[in-house]
Design a protein around this ligand. Structure first.
Ligand code: HEM
Ligand SMILES: [Cu+2]
Length: 630
């Protein structure tokens, strides 16, 4: 083993000190877990904010003494202000989209699993990998600072010292109020535009710009790793579908984040350097003419934002699709139905995603001819999406399914993806979108298809790979309870959103009780809030299961799920360099389950062709004929 280990390129010795081992680690596995922990932290902030929003919508004007204590300016006397509500919407969306759905699926699970699944010892550029995480982490800290800069008079005052206008904060919101889309011109004007438009927006933009850099570095690393570091026999078409998903996601990130980064820098310049990229002349805000700006285009921001923004929703969802395909096949004990079609479909979804950004701008006054083009392209994404769905169902068809917790979440993924995707076909049509634009119907659509589906993909991935990562099983009973309450809960929250949208309930409004036509929907609003509180609460069980199982869970074998891919051929948790210096050779595709004539119902990718595998048949040590050579 000692000799073998020296001809391997990207080798680095296991670190000794705590700091190099767990903090500034170069090991893709540690970095992956760091990303997952970051997402687990951000999602707490995002979830708490969603509960506060629901409380405000259901019981507007109520005095919550604790809110008055925590946010004396945002909720004076304990009553949440409208601006405060809008900042909750903004920060909830930003936390969820960027720091949860763009970190855990790719930076987290992709980082941990991809190198092992292709038989590599690490990512291509371990140092760059470490940088990606820490850059992203700094972005997270800056976003938290945005919350305090606007929400706290003392912190806000620090920014006032840095100069007037753009920087001055402390307006009593919890960060920016511009929504996760941060539309110009309000976002470009600075403090004059009102509360939550000062330091909060500046920091929001800086945070997202930093995030873009971190994601770009990560994307380069993923693409290089996948193309260059596959082991012997791991041809592209023998890769697990997870790897295809992470690869496609990285390509999307590489092509879309630079656009947001560029747009963000221009927006920042408008705010602090007096440029007018997004600010037209003659703007009246709060009764006063904005001086010194002319010639900019607010629509340019929408184009730049959505050229990034639509691919971004695929960046969030594709890794979940990969995990779902992988997990469905494993627990159906059947090869994935239509492997090649699945590869084609995920790539087609990713690429088509670059030509549909205009569907977010149907209402912006675009030419009806452009709108038709965007509409047709949008609807055409339904084709590869349907291919994937039918292939998932085909995989389950007639299978002897093992209903483990990861399998339940994978099936749940298919369910919410379809439920949320169907309304995409509605909103993709210009005439219908005119009616539904900026209503809760849109909120219902994207929560199901992007938010909840991605989250389900990540839950499936967590329950599935936890044993590999930590050497222990998560508790199945707790997992199943978590699944069922979450599954029913998300539908209870988001199905009524459709009805609200059809009633004409607008999104980003802090109080519906003021409108005659919405008065009799209060029961629905209340129902959703109760469902949200229950759904959020059950997540505590997940957190408990996660950390409890890390120390107290049942010990995991190398291959507890009787799966076929490379990560299950090595110990749980894997050693520092994954394969202990023995480079694996791959002889099989990733989903050879229930092959007729095979001695057991799965064939590991590393099992040599034609060699009768008899040793250790019934057991699940999953040695796979390599990795532990003497
Ligand atoms: C318990 C689960 C959740 C609940 C109850 C919830 C609730 C809400 C509510 C009430 C709004 C504001 C609607 C408005 O006034 O316009 C909202 C907005 C939003 N949520 Fe969630 N949400 C949840 C989970 C998620 C997840 C997992 C994501 C991940 C993508 C997400 C992403 C967003 C985004 C992007 C917005 C739009 C923000 C904006 O308008 O700028 N949410 N959510
Ligand atoms: Cu879109």
């Amino acid at each position: 083993m000692a000799e073998a280990s020296h001809d391997v390129a990207h080798r680095h010795e296991p670190p000794k000190s705590f700091i190099r081992k767990y903090i500034f680690s170069l090991d893709h596995k540690v970095i992956g877990i760091q990303y997952i922990l970051l997402a687990l932290s951000a999602v707490i902030v995002g979830m708490l904010m969603s509960v506060l929003m629901r409380m405000n919508l259901s019981w507007p004007g109520t005095h919550w003494p604790i809110m008055g204590t925590l946010f004396p300016t945002g909720a004076p006397g304990g009553v949440m202000s409208a601006e405060f509500y809008l900042s909750l919407v903004t920060m909830h969306g930003t936390m969820m989209v960027f720091f949860v759905l763009t970190t855990a699926p790719q930076g987290g699970f992709g980082n941990y699993i991809l190198p092992i699944q292709i038989g590599a010892e690490d990512m291509a550029f371990p140092f760059l990998n470490m940088m990606s995480f820490w850059v992203t982490f700094v972005g997270f800290l800056v976003l938290l600072l945005a919350i305090f800069a606007e929400g706290n008079a003392t912190v806000g005052a620090w920014f006032t010292k840095l100069g007037e206008s753009a920087w001055a904060g402390g307006s009593g919101t919890v960060g920016s109020i511009g929504g996760w889309t941060q539309y110009a011109p309000l976002s470009a004007l600075g403090k004059v535009a009102g509360p939550g438009q000062g330091a909060g927006v500046t920091l929001w933009i800086i945070s997202i710009a930093i995030f873009c850099v971190g994601s770009l570095l990560g994307a380069l690393n993923f693409i290089t790793t996948l193309l260059n570091m596959r082991t012997r026999g791991m041809s592209l078409m023998r890769m697990p579908l997870t790897c295809w998903a992470w690869f496609t996601t990285a390509v999307l990130a590489l092509l879309s984040f630079p656009v947001l980064l560029g747009g963000g820098i221009l927006l920042l310049l408008d705010r602090i350097a007096g440029t007018s990229f997004f600010i037209p002349g003659g703007e009246y805000v709060s009764g006063a003419l904005i001086p010194n700006h002319a010639g900019g285009s607010p629509l340019l921001w929408q184009h730049l934002f959505w050229f990034f923004g639509h691919p971004e929703v695929y960046i969030a969802i594709l890794p979940g699709m990969g995990a779902t395909s992988h997990i469905l096949s494993t627990f159906a004990r059947k090869p994935i139905f239509g492997y090649r079609a699945m590869v084609f479909a995920i790539f087609a979804i990713g690429m088509l995603g670059f030509f549909v950004w205009g569907h977010h701008m149907f209402m912006s006054g675009m030419s009806p001819y452009s709108a038709v083009a965007f509409s047709i392209l949008t609807l055409s994404i339904g084709v590869p999406s349907a291919i994937k769905t039918f292939n998932w169902i085909g995989t389950l068809w007639g299978a002897k399914i093992r209903f483990t917790t990861p399998m339940l979440f994978a099936i749940g993924f298919v369910s919410v993806f379809v439920a949320g995707g169907i309304t995409g076909l509605v909103l993709g049509q210009t005439s219908l979108d005119f009616f539904f634009h900026d209503t809760y119907f849109v909120t219902a659509h994207f929560h199901l298809v992007m938010g909840v589906a991605s989250i389900f993909g990540m839950f499936a991935a967590t329950y599935f790979w936890f044993p590999k990562m930590f050497g222990r099983m998560m508790h199945e009973g707790m997992g199943k309870l978590h699944f069922w309450v979450t599954f029913v809960g998300v539908y209870a929250i988001f199905i009524p959103f459709h009805a609200m949208g059809m009633l004409g309930m607008p999104r980003r409004y802090s109080n519906f009780s003021e409108y005659e036509f919405l008065k009799n929907s209060h029961g629905l609003v209340l129902f959703v809030t109760v469902a949200a509180i229950v759904t959020v609460s059950i997540q505590l069980l997940f957190y408990f299961n996660f950390f409890w199982s890390m120390f107290k869970g049942k010990k995991a074998t190398d291959n507890p799920w009787e799966a076929t891919t490379l990560e299950w051929t090595i110990p749980s948790p894997p050693p520092h360099d994954n394969f202990a210096g023995v480079v694996p050779t791959v002889y099989h595709g990733p989903y050879e389950f229930s092959v007729p004539g095979a001695p057991r119902d799965f064939i590991m990718q590393t099992e040599p062709e034609g060699v009768e595998v008899t040793a250790g048949l019934g057991e699940t040590s999953g040695n796979g004929g390599n990795g532990h050579k003497h």
